[in-house]
Design a protein around this ligand. Structure first.
Ligand code: B12
Ligand code: SF4
Length: 303
């Protein structure tokens, strides 16, 4: 079986800065891994969380000998870490296929593809694009028709950006590939956005936002249409996370979860209103929504 590394570069390879450095959630890598683990052997490397040096990362490439490396860069603020990582990989073996993804790739694809150390840029939500691309690289199927930017001889091909229409069809992230317990008790950052209680879990339930605020890139990244996971399945997933990892608080990373009326309609249809239902689980879950609203729930009392 061919081998794939999915990885976060270490932000410190670009700059170490207390004000902007964050622990990233491994869910994105685990989500992508869940999509491709049947067609390729996957290893997740979080150079950011484990503060790997460039040499340590290079040694992982040398010993694991991947055929493909998928690099995820969340924000353009750390865009240079993509180039640094791609150079490390290509210096070891030019034949390793380097695939760039994440918000930085979605926004800056035109400049990224100018770097010859990067073979493919994924333009949009990567679950199906990565799966189809790996299939193609494995010699099965065709190159995806959308969601990719790549060089074809001396020409750059820019396909349309993609989003996943039905989130419920996606598997949950495959946490077997990481030591999730390492993350659940570590602050994402010192300050008000830290978790209210540990161990904590962070997840996205919806993607997209209709409001198109001028300063915000969510429309370009995730689109105006709000897509949602089924509330019942979210609750089932949270039960599982509570049972397996003992989570006590929850950070919801959605672009705009409370602006999503469809989400609440759906909950009604299922006779579940997610907030109330979480209370019924009979443990205390604190929500922290990165959009800036904090809601604390304890049993059936809102406060
Ligand atoms: C939650 C969140 C955070 C969380 C962390 C999330 C995490 N993953 O750990 C925290 C609070 C830490 C955070 C911090 C910051 N954030 Co923020 N954040 C978000 C938010 C709301 C959601 C991100 C998310 O988790 N999405 C869900 C996952 C599944 O999506 P994803 O990681 O993008 O992955 C998908 C695709 O990108 C792609 N993909 C990703 N990686 C790869 C790799 C490969 C190989 C492939 C094929 C595909 C692929 O496929 C994935 C599945 O569909 C976004 C808004 C948005 N819609 O993107 C803003 C956003 C990304 N953040 C933003 C900013 C500015 C920041 C900060 C700089 C804020 C600050 N001033 O400090 C910091 C910097 C963090 C850093 N070091 O890079 C901006 C970035 C703008 C830009 N162009 O760079 C955004 C877009 C917000 C906005 N409104 O404009 N953020
Ligand atoms: S996610 Fe928030 S800031 Fe961005 S468009 Fe929606 S409401 Fe505006």
């Amino acid at each position: 079986m061919k081998k794939l590394i999915l990885m976060y570069p270490n932000q410190a390879w670009q700059k170490y800065d207390f004000a902007t450095s964050w622990v990233l959630n491994p869910s994105t890598l685990c989500q992508l891994a869940a999509m491709v683990k049947n067609i390729v052997q996957v290893k997740i490397v979080d150079a950011n969380f484990y503060n790997l040096s460039e040499d340590e990362f290079a040694n992982i490439i040398k010993s694991f000998k991947p055929d493909y490396v998928g690099i995820s860069v969340l924000t353009s603020e750390y865009g240079k870490t993509l180039d640094i990582t791609a150079k490390i990989i290509k210096n070891i073996d030019k034949n390793i296929v380097v695939i760039a993804g994440g918000v930085h790739a979605i926004i800056e694809f035109e400049s990224i593809i100018k770097n010859f150390d990067i073979d493919f840029v994924v333009r949009g939500e990567g679950e199906y694009v990565l799966k189809n691309l790996i299939n193609f690289l494995n010699g099965e199927g065709h190159l995806p028709f959308e969601g990719l930017v790549y060089r074809d001889k001396d020409k750059v091909v820019i396909q349309n950006s993609v989003v996943v229409k039905e989130l419920d069809k996606l598997p949950w992230p495959d946490f077997e590939l990481v030591n999730l317990n390492d993350y659940l008790s570590k602050e994402s950052r010192k300050g008000p956005l830290g978790a209210p209680k540990y161990p904590f879990y962070r997840m996205t339930v919806t993607r997209g936002c209709p409001f198109g605020c001028s300063f915000c890139q969510v429309e370009t990244i995730a689109g105006k249409k709000i897509r949602t996971r089924n509330a019942k399945k979210v609750i089932e997933h949270l039960y599982k996370m509570k049972k397996e990892y003992g989570i006590k608080s929850l950070i919801i990373d959605d672009d705009n979860m409370i602006g999503n009326t469809k989400f609440f309609d759906l909950c009604h249809q299922n006779k579940i209103l997610i907030f109330i239902d979480i209370c019924k689980i009979k443990f205390t879950l604190y929500f922290s929504l990165v959009i800036g609203i904090k809601i604390a729930l304890k049993k059936n009392n809102f406060f």
